[in-house]
Design a protein around this ligand. Structure first.
Ligand code: SAM
Length: 301
């Protein structure tokens, strides 16, 4: 077994590399922060936060406490969903005065189901500089551990709070072939899963990524048909923060192939190859010749 090593982060020579990059003044820095485990803060984020003139954040107390854990004490300004437009103007003024402004949210990447996009838009529209500092995001963290093999994902974020709204939001996604990514608040997880079960086939894989990077982290994969029972099996599950991933729809052509095959198989139990191919073509709209060839294969002729 390899010997375990310990690291003294403050003395890491690489920490100096964070300082080597230039951090221009008159710039808005969009800084990702941990989604649970505080030590997921990046070295570059720490370096920038130490340099920043002011930190714009959703909750000044929360961010103040986070900064304190790293020995930083910074002036903060509240930038939340209710004042984003007004605070954007103030940030633009500060940037014009040559300040470095860091923008953070309560957790994860600003602007992803979090305030930030309007501020970034105002800063860009004013012709000022925006620099992102990459780091944690619940969606990407969940995808990385899901094992759902698909190069494409469709980020949905939070579903509407009302049942009708959820139904309407999910309806256009039923044929989406990318992996679907949902965020959900703990008290709505059951409603969310019920809506997913109603909208998609029970055979689809679903991944629950709960309390990522926290003490009770849980990543569970099952079929959508099994999902509700899993969520309800433990009362604690209705308390954690969730990312829910749903396997995308089977490509339309594959789905049609599967359906044509199913129809053909049933018909062949009662009809001749020719009749089965004729009827299957009428039922599925597929080419009769291809169905005839396939029927011959199934019959072993
Ligand atoms: N901007 C953040 C990001 O980049 O991940 C997301 C903020 S959004 C307001 C909060 C939602 O993200 C939660 O309701 C949950 O769906 C998801 N989330 C945040 N932290 C999480 C965690 N540790 N484990 C699982 N999901 C999490």
């Amino acid at each position: 077994m390899t010997e375990q090593q310990t690291i003294d982060i403050a003395r890491l020579p690489v920490m100096g590399e964070a300082a080597q990059q230039s951090y221009p003044t008159a710039t808005l820095y969009v800084v990702a922060t941990p989604i649970g485990n505080v030590t997921d803060m990046t070295l570059r984020a720490l370096h920038l936060l130490a340099l920043a003139d002011v930190v714009a954040c959703e909750d000044t107390r929360k961010t103040g406490a986070l900064l304190q854990r790293f020995g930083l004490s910074k002036s903060t300004i509240a930038a939340h969903q209710h004042n984003e437009r007004e605070v954007a103007d103030k940030i633009v003024e500060r940037l014009r005065a040559g300040q470095r402004v860091a923008l953070v949210s309560d957790a994860g990447t600003p602007g992803v189901s979090d305030p930030g996009a309007r501020i970034v838009d105002a800063v860009r529209t004013a012709g000022l500089n925006v620099v992102p500092l990459p780091g944690p995001s619940a969606a990407i963290t969940a995808l990385s551990a899901s094992g759902l093999v698909n190069d494409r994902f469709h980020f949905v974020g939070f579903l509407p709070a009302k049942a009708k709204g959820r139904e309407t939001a999910l309806a256009p996604l039923t044929r989406e072939t990318s992996t679907l990514v949902f965020y959900e608040a703990p008290h709505r997880i059951v409603d969310c899963v019920e809506a997913l079960v109603a909208a998609f086939e029970p055979t689809r894989q679903v991944v629950f990524a709960r309390e990522l990077s926290k003490m009770f982290e849980e990543i569970h994969r099952c079929t959508l048909g099994e999902a509700l029972a899993w969520v309800k099996a433990d009362a604690h599950r209705e308390k954690g923060e969730f990312v829910v991933l749903v396997e995308g729809a089977v490509e339309a052509s594959d789905a049609e192939d599967i359906e044509a095959e199913r129809v053909l198989q049933i018909l062949l139990t009662e009809c001749s190859v020719k009749q089965a191919a004729n009827l299957a073509a009428q039922i599925t709209g597929r080419k009769k010749n291809a169905l005839y060839e396939r029927a011959l294969q199934i019959r072993g002729e």
